[in-house]
Write a protein that binds this ligand. Structure first.
Ligand code: GDP
Ligand code: MG
Length: 440
């Protein structure tokens, strides 16, 4: 799905990651690559420029958080900006304990009937009792098409071949399913003698059944035109959410999604094929993560935030004033562990993995576990002043923690090492050392 957008984005990121140092030239080139890719996907030019300008500004002005490289920062900013372009989180969250009525709107051929059946299947699987109302009285064969599609879903179809008034059918359908179903999906006509008539009919259907959700189905192959189509419908009946279809093989799909999001309505689902199961819940952040080839990038973003905590200035100050306790040391180990997990996430990203050695990281984490148990066997006085630990105390601590004397000595030597570094170096170097230790 959206192969060219995905490939374009990933190529731009790969190029960025492969560059030697991130200077203004590299940032500008990255931005140009992204612009080209977005515009090729039919993202509205203004929107594409807005995204890349913000990205450029942030890349040039914002300092990466402690422990995060400029490149990682830029990728996470890109991720944020793209997720923002694609709108708010949200989805169609229906409650089984309530009756929900959903009306499907959209022009003919957008995929309303197919999507109605897909929704019936999707929610029937989740345990909803689904009723589908065939209110397309305009197109011959519409009822038969819906029945065939829905037949495999376990949902029930209401139709009335003799009734030509779609508003009446919609109303009668809702009444028919009242009490037995907790989800009703109403498929409407997408064509009329004239567009005004279509919008008027939709307005009447919506007015008559008062749905909980008015869902607009738009064809993803029309790209940014989705915007004006959605606007036209929105004027007739406020659109609660959008489903963008045919994203399988839609070269303009990226533009369609961005345009749908730009209307302010949430994109509920994506149609990704003709089959009944080709329906995906839409989640902007997860979607962007997939486009960028990074799995669930939310985790990465959270870790970038956490890495900012990595060096707590207060602790550093305290330690630099000459005091260093075992608790401080443990605190620093814990921070490094967080940083270690961040590195592991980064490692999954193509291009970032080169310098990292997961085995070493695992080893470092294993050591921290050992150190923690040793520190737990120390008395308060020993923790506050580790230099007071003589050989008999050392033996006691080893026995108490179930670790070897060698382990205890190793921890003490780490402590001494850090203490002398704290004494001899400025804060900056100290922080750098912290970082190096995280990789050890
Ligand atoms: P309606 O007129 O809005 O009810 O549209 P239909 O549901 O009849 O769909 C029109 C055409 O689009 C049909 O041939 C569907 O199979 C096709 N279609 C619908 N959704 C998708 C999709 O997500 N992907 C693809 N490839 N085709 C789709
Ligand atoms: Mg139809």
């Amino acid at each position: 799905m959206l192969d060219s957008l995905r490939e374009g984005l990933q190529a731009a990121v790969k190029k960025l990651v492969g560059s030697n140092a991130v200077d203004e030239k590299v940032v500008k080139e990255f931005v140009r690559d992204l612009q080209r890719t977005l515009i090729q996907s039919d993202v509205n030019v203004k929107m594409a420029l807005a995204v890349t300008e913000r990205l450029e500004k942030r890349a040039l002005e914002e300092k990466p958080p402690a422990g995060v490289s400029k490149k990682d920062q830029m990728v996470s900013v890109l991720y944020e900006e793209l997720a923002r372009l694609l709108g708010n989180e949200g989805g169609l969250h229906l409650d089984k304990d309530k009756k929900s009525v959903v009306v499907m709107l959209g022009v003919q051929g957008s995929g309303k009937t197919t999507t109605t059946a897909k929704l019936a299947r999707y929610y029937a699987r989740k345990g909803f009792r689904v009723g589908v109302v065939a209110a397309d009285t305009f197109r011959p064969g519409a009822v038969a098409q819906l029945k065939t599609l829905v037949s495999t879903t376990g949902a029930e179809v209401y139709n009335d071949e003799k009734e030509k008034d779609s508003v009446k059918i919609a109303k009668a359908g809702v009444k028919f399913f009242e009490g037995s179903k907790n989800l009703m999906v109403i498929d409407t006509a997408g064509r009329h003698k004239e567009e005004k008539g279509l919008l008027q009919e939709m307005k009447e259907v919506v007015g008559a059944v008062k749905p909980d959700y008015t869902v607009l189905v738009v064809d993803g192959t029309i790209g940014q035109q989705c915007f004006s189509q959605a606007e036209a419908f929105h004027k007739a009946a406020p659109v609660g959410g959008i489903i963008v279809t045919k994203l399988d093989g839609a070269a303009k799909g990226g533009g369609a999604l961005a345009a749908a999001a730009a209307t302010g309505a949430k994109v509920f689902f994506l149609g990704t094929g003709e089959r009944i199961d080709d329906l995906e819940e839409f989640n902007p952040t997860r979607f962007v993560g997939r486009m960028l080839g990074m799995g669930d990038l939310r985790a990465l973003l959270e870790m970038v935030d956490q890495a900012e905590l990595q060096v707590d200035e207060k602790t550093v100050q305290r330690m630099m004033s000459g005091k260093l306790t075992m608790d401080d040391l443990m605190y620093q180990f814990d921070q490094m562990k967080k940083f270690g997990s961040l590195k592991k996430v980064l490692e999954k990203i193509p291009g970032f993995s080169g310098q990292l050695n997961t085995q070493e990281l695992d080893k470092a984490e294993g050591r921290v576990k050992v150190y923690r148990s040793i520190i737990q066997s120390m008395t308060g006085d020993e923790k506050a002043d580790p230099d007071s630990i003589n050989s008999s105390r050392l033996r006691r601590i080893a026995r108490g923690s179930g670790r070897s004397e060698k382990d205890v000595r190793e921890l003490l030597s780490r402590y001494k090492q850090m203490k002398s570094l704290v004494k001899s170096s400025k804060g900056r170097e100290f922080r750098q050392m912290m970082r190096r230790m995280g990789e050890q």
